[in-house]
Write a protein that binds this ligand. Structure first.
Ligand code: TYM
Length: 330
């Protein structure tokens, strides 16, 4: 009998355009390991409303994100793709988990501290409880692995802690999921400030490469990117800006570090920026073409997402009935 495949679950918020960080930290790895695992990918629109959203735009962005994930290579024959709000059990389990997560632990989440600084006018309870909903997403599906960027590691630790706590109290109910964090690309940095990660909420548009940027925008943004005054091109982590550009180049060109260092021996930063931009433009051109085709096919997207939600709901409702029973809910 063939060995059962391990299950992967991951999620992404439909807030604005997907950027190079999302792609290299998460999506690229989801696509590459589709054969190896049983995959569930979720567009987490309920997480998105922890910050203010225009309702009409949120619906559009949700479908646009589905089109983008498919354009990047998520294959609905190999992976379940669905929208979080279509499966009610996520919110129901989040509530139960809320009752098991200590305030102290939740208060230590660095992403909450970060986001509440950026959203000082709207620090709501949902933003604080965000990790409980994320834990529910993961634990509802008996997940083995969660492929994410480095910024999600703390949330996955919390997920494991609450699962352990639950298991100790009610015998083993939850599988303990493991984060799958890529060795390279787990933290793509802002182009203007390589001390900070590339982030959708960055107010400087030239800090972020969106997967939908035009070639001109991509060249212009890399041209402005921050490097240093050392004029030396090698994978030296102390040179944060140069290191970030080289990492992007390596991940998209598939060349080895040694070959890249040879290629850039005696080359200036201006030329480095041009070549990185060129690789990005070439890599994303077919993805953009696919995206614009798929985006027009709203009925097709609807059918994929409905089928995905049906499959996800089947797993989630079964799991949730067991969990509910444990805590004595009818
Ligand atoms: P989100 O939507 O912020 O980001 C989606 C994925 O992109 C990764 N990422 C990055 N990776 C490398 N460099 C960067 N600069 C960078 N920026 C973002 C993120 O680590 C993530 O993997 N909380 C999650 C969504 C979520 C989820 C889940 C993930 C909800 N429920 C359950 C896994 C499992 C988030 O906000 O992702």
């Amino acid at each position: 009998m063939p060995l059962e495949k391990k299950r992967v679950f991951s999620g992404i918020q439909p807030t604005g355009n997907i950027h190079l960080g999302n792609y290299l930290g998460a999506i690229k790895n989801w696509v590459q390991s589709q054969e190896q695992y049983e995959n569930i990918f979720c567009i987490v629109n309920a997480h998105a409303i922890t910050t203010k959203q225009d309702p009409h735009l949120l619906k559009q962005m949700t479908y646009n994100l589905a089109a983008m994930l498919l354009a990047c290579g998520i294959d609905p024959k190999k992976s379940i793709l669905f929208i979080q709000s279509e499966v009610n059990e996520h919110a129901c389990l989040a509530w139960i988990l809320d009752c098991f997560i200590p305030m102290g632990e939740m208060s230590r989440m660095t992403q909450f501290k970060d986001k509440s600084q950026k959203n000082a006018h709207n620090i709501n309870v949902g933003l604080f409880n965000y990790p409980a909903l994320m834990a529910a997403d993961i634990l509802l599906y008996d997940t083995d692995y969660v492929p994410v960027g480095e910024d999600q590691q703390q949330h996955i630790e919390l997920t494991r802690n609450v699962a352990l706590k639950f298991n100790t109290e009610y015998k083993t109910v939850f599988k303990l999921p493991e984060a799958l964090i890529p060795k390279q690309g787990a933290r793509i940095m802002s182009l203007s400030d390589p001390e900070k990660k590339m982030s959708k909420s960055d107010t400087k548009p030239h800090s972020i490469i969106s997967l939908l940027d035009s070639p001109d925008e991509i060249f212009a943004k890399f041209k402005r990117s921050t490097t240093d005054s050392l004029n030396s091109i090698s994978f030296n982590k102390e040179q944060k800006g140069v290191y970030n550009l080289l990492s992007i180049y390596q991940l998209l060109s598939q060349k080895t570090k040694e070959d890249i260092e040879k290629e850039f021996f005696n080359v200036g930063y201006g030329e480095l920026k041009k070549r990185v931009a060129q690789v990005v433009v070439e890599y994303f051109a077919p993805i953009q073409e696919n995206y614009y085709k798929l985006q027009k096919e709203q009925d097709y997207l609807h059918s994929i997402l409905t089928e995905g939600a049906n499959k996800a709901r089947e797993i989630a409702s079964h799991r949730y009935s067991i969990i509910k029973e444990c805590v004595g809910l009818l």
